[in-house]
Design a protein around this ligand. Sequence first.
Ligand SMILES: [Fe+2]
Length: 245
Amino acid sequence: MKENFLSAEHFAALNEEIRHWQQNANMRAMQQGDTETRRTLLDPQALEHLPNTAKLFTDRHFQRLVQYANGHRRLPFFNIEQIHHGVKAQQPADPQKNLHADTFHPTMKFWLYLDDVDDHNGPFNYIPGSNRLSYHRLKWEYRTSQQAHKNPDPLAARGSFRFSAADREVIGLAPPHAFKVKKNTLLIANTFGVHGRGQADPGSTRLALWGMGRTNPFIPFPGTGLDFFNRYQYEVLKWLKGRGF
Ligand SMILES: [Fe+2]
């Protein structure tokens, strides 16, 4: 966690341009339980219209932090993310509010918050030290993986395991920490660690710049970090989406 990550002037200008940017072509809405997540992909074409955001994403200090946390030199996909809590009262609970790991290997997510985050709009919860592959965690992962295909929770069945209080006890995990933070805080997480969205008031929202890096864990090389590949990955993503992946 890095508070006051940008200078006050840079943050104010970035905040202004993101909130007033009327470009919905790249926006995707995803409903999970009663929470709607809206993400707008910030590809190189979009960033031509967002100079203060581009200034952050090309800043070497920022890039090195996310590259280090991702264990790879390729930059993550950049997005604007807005979370809308409790949008449909009849829906089941948001599955991302259960404590979970994203997958079986280290992955990176970051948020640069444009709103203050507290109990009303769902702070990020994380169990300190749960990114470590301890002997108990490894044993638990192995046993859980053998039963996962029978799990009625489709997210757990696909490999994003959920951690009940009993599971956390077996692994020896600490209680989660809620990151109630001020705007202009940069948070970077290894989402192999146990985490979840905090509970939030229905109707509340939070806005952030968000990115995710999930590289194939079996590639032993850290990549090149060349700008060509960082730009080209958006073309690959669009190509895949155009074919329904
Ligand atoms: Fe997650």
